[in-house]
Write a protein that binds this ligand. Structure first.
Ligand code: GCB
Length: 596
């Protein structure tokens, strides 16, 4: 799916800024038709941002149900004759949108974009109403799943099984953009090498009726010089002495696809950045450009004070600067697809990304990151995570691959975080998902993130995937008082996993740490304990060859649902929520920069 862009044939307009906003817990707006009028009794709200922390009211923070957003737009006369598209980069978790009185789009899933051709519904030369109702309910049909409790006093309370706050609203930019009526609809690139020559296989899709038109494709290097060109809707570009995209070297070429009419006149054009690189899993190795790669980095969150999960370029650039400062070369988009701005920036910075869907909390034996005691309950069943969740999950995967397939930074798809992987039904649930991702993208390995449920041999899905991704909390949830035992147990388990002859990346390990809490005899929650725990994991990783990566949980402290295990959120950050370093940040910097 192409992002909006400015160019000779296209124009984009951000609808960011203050919109009108009204909560609607009773769902009255859909019955009363609130999109038909200026939103009554509305407050101002910034877009993009989560709405939860903008106002000092628990009714807003803990709202369950519909939230209405409205703005007005003028369409310039010069857009007459163009195709006009309304695009939401994300609306969490589902939305319906109207232009003036007409419904134009409906979308399920809070972290992927959707758009509608609104040419016929916008009135040029006058003010137009854009209204969207965003719903944040999590159910057994949504990804991630959740459950709504009805209280005796009539209140509805959202429960969910993942360990991060259910921020909602218009978290990412909203756009109006134009294309010509006949236009390029999609571009797909895959890359490989023949010796030192880069080979770029491309496909350019365009609107029906474009048969009488032709497609020209050219490739420019970073200095703007054309290095290859060809014609045709699908083909190959070759670049002798190619400059590869590589971790730490985000070198990008620019592919320009041009649609021409029968007389050679320009109809549409689109510029697509291209990084030339390969990814391969061979035995226990993870290879980028044929060279073994070791992941150093973090699981992150899109999370900040006040704006919640709202995308913010300031924080994004700062976070990448801190990644570089620590010597990190990668991160995982735990636990949902991040804003496209983040992936573009990762491409440019040469930062490697494990790209994850929002399938988190598919394990009813874990609540808020913590294992529950008692006999295990069934996660996959017709009444819980069943066929409708699987359908939503498949669609989320399709949208993720469609959105992110061209990013060189993305080297691995993660289909889920910590699902139940022991119950036999897990196999029926995951096999079609793994198959579908491979069909959609044969060029990248596929994995799921494993939580310690049983021994490695009890997992019923390992063979469906290419890489073993493990979240481990020895020395925290398991034996926080005995780091020596943690070291022995971790090593024993990793050696068992190594027998599967797949590369292992530890995608989570860490300890909650209250910034500023110190002790000469390190105990849980102190900065010294976090350092000691990370050190022990690193000793083990260095002893087990199959381990090809370490991503600490978490880059920064983040908001969660309230609970007695959480002190104003999850505190496993190496940085605080304000991005101040804890002691562990310096330990990492020493380790990761040394091994560069
Ligand atoms: C996990 C989850 C993550 C939690 C973390 C924790 O295993 O994947 O979402 O935040 O543990 O801190 O408990």
């Amino acid at each position: 799916m192409l992002r909006p862009q400015d160019g000779p044939t296209r124009e984009q307009r951000s609808l960011g800024g203050l919109w009108r906003f009204r909560l609607d817990a009773e769902g009255a707006g859909r019955v009363e038709g609130w999109w038909r009028e200026p939103l009554a009794g509305a407050a101002d709200i910034p877009v993009p941002a989560s709405y939860n922390d903008i106002f000092p009211e628990s009714a807003v923070r803990d709202h369950v149900g519909d939230a209405w957003y409205q703005t007005s737009v003028w369409v310039p006369d010069r857009w007459a004759g163009e195709r006009i598209v309304l695009r939401f980069d994300a609306a969490t978790h589902r939305a319906t949108a109207w232009v003036n009185d007409t419904e134009v789009a409906r979308h399920e899933g809070g972290y992927t974009p959707f758009e509608a051709d609104v040419t016929a519904h916008l009135r040029p030369g006058t003010e137009n109403r854009v209204t969207v109702v965003v719903n944040n309910e999590l159910t057994w049909e949504s990804i991630p799943p959740g459950r709504i409790e009805e209280r005796a006093d009539g209140r509805r309370v959202q429960r969910y099984f993942h360990d991060f706050f259910n921020y909602a609203g218009l978290n990412r930019p909203v756009w109006l953009y134009t294309t010509p009526p006949a236009h390029i609809t999609d571009i797909t690139v895959t890359t490989s090498f023949e010796d030192t020559t880069g080979v770029i296989a491309y496909r350019v899709d365009s609107t029906e009726g474009s048969q009488s038109r032709s497609i020209r494709v050219s490739l420019r290097d970073a200095s703007g010089a054309q290095v290859s060109a060809t014609t045709g809707a699908a083909g190959t570009l070759r670049v002798p002495d190619v400059h590869p995209w590589a971790p730490g070297d985000g070198y990008l070429y620019e592919l320009e696809a041009t649609l021409l009419d029968a007389s050679g006149e320009l109809v549409d054009s689109y510029r697509q950045p291209v990084g030339v690189r390969t990814v391969e899993v061979r035995g226990k190795e993870f290879l980028i450009n044929g060279t073994p790669f070791y992941f150093k980095g973090f699981g992150k969150h899109e999370d900040a004070a006040v704006r919640g999960r709202g995308h913010d370029d300031v924080l994004m650039v700062h976070d990448f600067a801190l990644l570089e400062w620590t010597g990190a070369n990668s991160f995982r988009t735990s636990h949902y697809p991040y804003a496209e701005e983040v992936l573009d920036y990762a491409d440019r910075q040469g930062v490697v990304v494990i790209d994850e869907t929002a399938a988190v909390g598919l394990n009813l034996n874990i609540g808020g990151g913590i294992f529950k005691s008692g006999s295990p309950v069934s996660t996959f069943s017709p009444d819980t995570v069943g066929e409708s969740a699987q359908r939503t999950h498949l669609q989320a995967l399709r949208e993720l691959v469609a959105r992110d397939k061209n990013h060189p930074s993305v080297v691995l798809w993660s289909v889920a975080n910590e699902p139940d992987n022991v119950q036999p039904e897990a196999r029926d649930y995951f096999a079609p998902l793994a198959r579908e991702v491979r069909r959609l993208d044969p060029t990248r390995p596929v994995a799921y993130v494993n939580a310690l449920m049983g021994s490695p041999d009890q997992c019923v899905v390992t063979d469906l995937f290419d890489v073993v991704l493990l979240n481990r909390y020895y020395g925290w949830y398991f034996g926080a008082d005995d780091l020596e035992a943690a070291e022995t147990d971790l090593e024993a388990e990793l050696r068992q996993w190594a027998e599967h002859d797949k590369p292992i990346v530890i995608t989570e390990y860490g300890a909650d740490t209250y910034s500023g809490l110190h002790s000469v005899v390190p105990g849980p929650w102190t900065e010294e304990y976090q350092i000691k725990l990370l050190d022990l994991y690193h000793r083990v990783f260095d002893r087990v060859d199959a381990v090809v990566g370490e991503q600490i949980w978490n880059f920064a402290d983040f908001a969660t649902a309230p609970g007695v295990f959480r002190v104003d959120g999850n505190k496993k950050g190496v940085f605080t929520r304000e991005r101040r370093p804890k002691g562990a940040a310096f330990t990492l910097r020493t380790r990761w920069r040394k091994t560069d």
